[in-house]
Design a binder for this molecule. Structure first.
Ligand code: AMP
Length: 437
């Protein structure tokens, strides 16, 4: 399916194609025709699914179709409410990007910044307003805003707005809007509170749901660095140091592996801490706080420890070892590239893990690019060994950790000698490593 086939106007198609999108994401395919049709919509979708373009493109088109600006001042005809400043800013950027070739004006208002420039923008007249609820109500209180002409209301990340205690603010805003309007509600989850909000607000909404679970966020650049197991730590230190990464979340498969790697990184002069299930909540919280504050540069975590922790918007996630369960890969890399930030997810993959990599690629329905870092070409004589440290099982027969040098083995219990599927040219990371070394 193409964007053209969705019935979008030429100005929007041009902006979309300039932005490098060729195929609409599943939520775009479903939401755009429904919204163009004027229907209310309840969308189950998170950041990373392309939902912003999914509502912004048809919203712009509908505003153009009912352009009232001929007769006098502009009025706010579309209102997008978001829980956070970051999301408001991101949605605002999307509106600008996709509306680049349309004569519509938009602005973003949120708290924590001077209100006066916002007032000036509102006075100048805008068609589309993206706002967080609190600051929006400040403007209402100061009578610097008129919401009586709103034709389209979008509640973005409605569940987060409720979690953040915005329900009263939202209700106050809703009371100021015309009864007759199109309402689009997006939420990652549908709790009873969300359903209650929706039932009073949406008129026979179309329901669409797309899972993020198995669809890795588009803003995350994924890369596999094939490397021998015994040289992973060396490669990780090189990547961190030469690229000057300051905040890296690294995943290992086991608690022991997390501890050991963290100690080795400290030995390499890289501030690091490990979090895993054997550590107390207090120790985990401290490690996380130190990581967020920049006192710890690398946080080494197991999947279970990382789950439920509020680690968000990270620039770099490294899979020091691939997870045994492919879905965990999606969870792991979902830690980066959030809220519109670009993220990088790298996986250091040794020959033992090629099957795990294949399973992940099958789940993602695409291949992850592979690049060999110069000087780290895997030794082809090393044969795959079974991974013995499955989740929840005791590790058995683990070999003494190798420090640095090639971990050559000749026996091959599984006889696995699959290739990594990519030539060993020097590459992006190698170049980067050299460039900044
Ligand atoms: P969102 O879920 O709206 O936060 O979007 C996630 C990311 O996907 C953003 O970086 C968008 O720029 C990108 N994106 C949105 N639609 C498409 C598309 N059709 N093709 C490729 N990338 C897209």
């Amino acid at each position: 399916m193409s964007f053209e086939s969705l019935g979008l106007r030429a100005e929007l198609l041009r902006a979309v194609s300039e932005n490098g999108y060729s195929v609409p994401t599943p939520i775009q395919q479903q939401a755009i025709p429904l919204i163009l049709d004027g229907q209310d919509l309840m969308g189950g979708a998170q950041t990373g699914t392309g939902k912003t373009a999914g509502f912004t493109l048809p919203l712009l088109q509908r505003l153009m179709a009912s352009n009232k600006q001929g007769n006098g001042r502009r009025a706010i005809r579309a209102l997008v409410l978001t829980p956070t400043r970051e999301l408001a800013a991101q949605v605002g950027e999307s509106v600008e990007t996709y509306g680049k070739y349309l004569p519509l004006r938009s602005t973003v208002i949120f708290g924590g910044v001077n209100i006066n420039p916002q007032k000036q923008k509102l006075r100048n007249g805008i068609d589309i307003l993206v706002a967080t609820p609190g600051r929006l109500l400040d403007h209402v209180g100061q009578k610097t805003i008129d919401l009586s002409q709103v034709d389209i209301l979008v509640l973005d990340e409605a569940d987060r707005m409720l979690d953040m205690g915005f329900i009263h603010d939202i209700r106050k805003v809703l009371a100021l809007l015309p009864k007759q309007k199109q309402t689009l509600l997006f939420s990652a989850t549908f709790s009873e509170d969300i359903k209650r909000l929706a039932s009073g607000l949406l008129k026979s909404p179309a329901l669409i749901e797309v899972a993020r679970r198995n669809t890795a966020a588009e803003s995350v650049t994924q890369l596999v660095h094939p490397v021998d197991k015994g040289r992973k730590r060396e490669l990780l230190s090189l990547l961190i140091g030469s690229n000057n990464w300051q905040q890296v979340l690294v995943f290992t498969r086991t608690k022991h592996g997390a501890n050991r790697l963290s100690e080795q990184l400290i030995g390499d002069g890289i501030h690091s801490a490990a979090i895993h299930g054997n550590k107390s909540q207090g120790a985990r919280t401290k490690a996380l706080a130190d990581f967020k504050a920049g006192r710890v540069r690398v946080l080494v975590a197991t999947d279970i420890a990382a789950r439920g922790l509020d680690i968000d918007q990270l620039p770099h996630v490294v899979n020091f070892e691939l997870p045994n369960v492919p879905e965990d890969y999606v969870h792991r890399i979902g830690r980066t590239g959030r809220a519109g930030n670009e993220g990088e997810a790298m996986s250091l993959v040794c020959v033992d893990e090629l099957k795990l990599l294949r399973d992940i690629e099958r789940l993602l329905k695409r291949e992850i690019p592979k690049e060999i870092v110069e000087g780290f070409t895997p030794d082809p004589t090393i044969k795959a060994e079974p991974i013995k440290n499955g989740r929840g099982r005791q590790q058995q027969g683990r070999k003494k950790p190798s420090h640095g040098g090639n971990n050559r083995r000749s026996s091959s219990p599984s006889g696995n000698s699959r290739s990594y599927g990519q030539s060993n040219n020097s590459n992006r990371s190698g170049n980067r490593a050299r460039r900044s070394a």
